[in-house]
Design a binder for this molecule. Structure first.
Ligand code: KG4
Ligand code: ZN
Length: 337
């Protein structure tokens, strides 16, 4: 089954054709990052307008690059939640129009479920059940993936998401948006014990994360040094901060795995590209857990992951009608169509 999949939840206009949930036939991503960089973060209004401009061309390119015509496409899938509402609406309305005009099924896909599904492309043998750490710019969840479309959140951030914590700390050091990526690179050349950082825990909820205190600690450090006219060593701050954020993520993830008895562990989302998170989990999982990570090119937002999850939503009978709407916030365990 060939699914045309569309993603427009944030600042990438993306479309892909994916076969049977596992094989990428094409995967086109038009990034708006250069424009949002000017403002230090995603400007929702600009994102929506750029999606509207790009979507027809991106979809056309995805169909052609897959060697398909409209006749070869069996269904259209789209990210409908969660995300920036104006941005989501562009993809949702396009997909609805496409489904109506071609008389093909319309498959609504939850953005975080699709991040998890990027692993089905990278690892053909991977099947639920497993435990997944989903870490993106807007979410940090530990999710029990009981089946392809049956999920339960076990731990979550109480405040900032891990990606947001990286981006905001990077911004305080003058590193351009999206700072998480660059901070990761700079940290490779730093001493991670130069600036001791707190490891915040959430009282009474050992599986939950809290990153706002950690983010404030690094921002205060930068400001205090600046007030005293002292220089910070940027690579050392990046390395120390990254170690603390990754430590919190890995500690809680492995604690849940141990407590719930999961031996198959998976990571997903933009932050799953973080070099230290990948190394640290690889070394701590060795001999104890089977660890799966998406290839780096599939960690960020893309259409292929939407096509992968869409296949399993389709098999579960999750189809939308022509009144499908975009939803800004929606738990990963719920459907809203
Ligand atoms: O999943 P994603 O592409 O978009 C959302 O759904 O939010 O995640 C984007 C987030 C950004 O905060 C970005 O800075 C972060 O992922 N990110 C990273 C790395 N690559 C992307 N954070 C840390 N290290 C990285 N290598
Ligand atoms: Zn994402």
């Amino acid at each position: 089954m060939k699914i045309l999949a569309i993603e427009s939840s944030c600042d990438e206009t993306a479309a892909a054709v994916v076969e049977d949930g596992r094989n990428i036939l094409s995967n086109i991503v038009a990034s708006q990052v250069e424009e949002h960089k000017l403002y230090g973060g995603v400007v929702p209004e600009i994102a929506s307008r750029r999606h509207a401009e790009a979507i027809v061309g991106v979809v056309d390119e995805a169909i052609k690059a897959a060697g398909c015509t409209l006749d070869n496409i069996d269904a259209v899938a789209v990210t409908y939640a969660p995300g920036l509402i104006g941005a989501l609406l562009v993809g949702v309305n396009f997909a609805k129009g496409f489904a109506l005009a071609t008389n093909k099924p319309l498959i609504p896909v939850h953005h975080l479920r699709s991040h998890i599904a990027s692993n089905y492309i990278s690892h053909k043998e991977l099947k639920p059940p497993f435990l997944c750490l989903v870490v993106s710019g807007g979410h940090s969840h530990i999710v029990e993936v009981r089946d392809y479309t049956d999920m339960k959140v076990i731990g979550r951030t109480r405040d900032d998401a891990a990606g947001e914590a990286f981006d905001k700390a990077a911004r305080a050091m003058g590193i351009p948006y999206p700072g998480g990526v660059e901070l990761d690179k700079i940290a490779e050349g730093g001493d991670d014990s130069a600036y001791p950082m707190p490891r915040p825990k959430v009282d009474g909820s050992p599986y939950d994360f809290s990153f706002s205190g950690l983010k404030t600690a690094v921002i205060n450090l930068i400001h205090n040094k600046a007030q005293k006219g002292e220089q910070i060593n940027v690579p050392d701050v990046c390395a120390s901060y990254r170690k603390a954020v990754v430590g919190c993520l890995a500690d809680n993830f492995l604690l849940v795995a141990e407590d719930l008895g999961y031996t198959t562990l998976v990571i997903a989302g933009g932050v799953s590209a973080n070099s230290l998170l990948r190394r640290e989990l690889q070394s701590r999982c060795q001999g104890k857990y089977d660890l799966y990570m998406p290839e780096k090119s599939l960690c960020g937002d893309n259409g292929a992951m939407v096509g992968a999850q869409a296949y399993y939503e389709y098999l579960a009978g999750h189809l939308a009608k022509s009144d499908l709407n975009a939803v800004a916030t929606l738990p990963i365990s719920e459907n809203c169509f």
